[in-house]
Design a protein around this ligand. Sequence first.
Ligand code: AMP
Ligand code: ZN
Length: 140
Amino acid sequence: MSDCIFCKIVSGQIPCTRVHETADCLAFLDIGPLAPGHTLLIPKSHVRDITEASPELVATLSREIPTLSRAILGATGATGLNILQNTGPSSGQVVMHLHIHLIPRLEGDSLGFRWNAGSYAAGQADAMRDRIIAALQHTA
Ligand code: AMP
Ligand code: ZN
């Protein structure tokens, strides 16, 4: 896609700090790191988000995650990692080219989600399960 910033990184029109590359994937340092070593893993082909990606593409991308995670942990000295994939503007996705964040974490660092866990009223979990199962039947 001609106006996609990550496609421009893939094609070399925009520079990046590359940490890993395969025939189908590229990993580079996030330009606005939430922590040192914050890395983005992307497919080289343009796909808007995870809902647009084929299972094969997700598998190809995911195959890089364990090794990349170990390398980032080893290089940064982080003790944990958040693997985050924003899908859609409401989730925080800004760059509309599928990417996976690998964010190094340390005990007591200032990062975190507001994880305001809710709960289901009686019967609501079962109703939600039924809706998701029904939707799965209509989703390729
Ligand atoms: P998201 O909010 O999930 O769409 O994340 C997009 C990420 O891309 C942000 O963390 C940005 O800092 C990062 N980003 C945007 N432009 C660049 C760039 N040219 N090189 C590296 N990272 C970038
Ligand atoms: Zn793109």
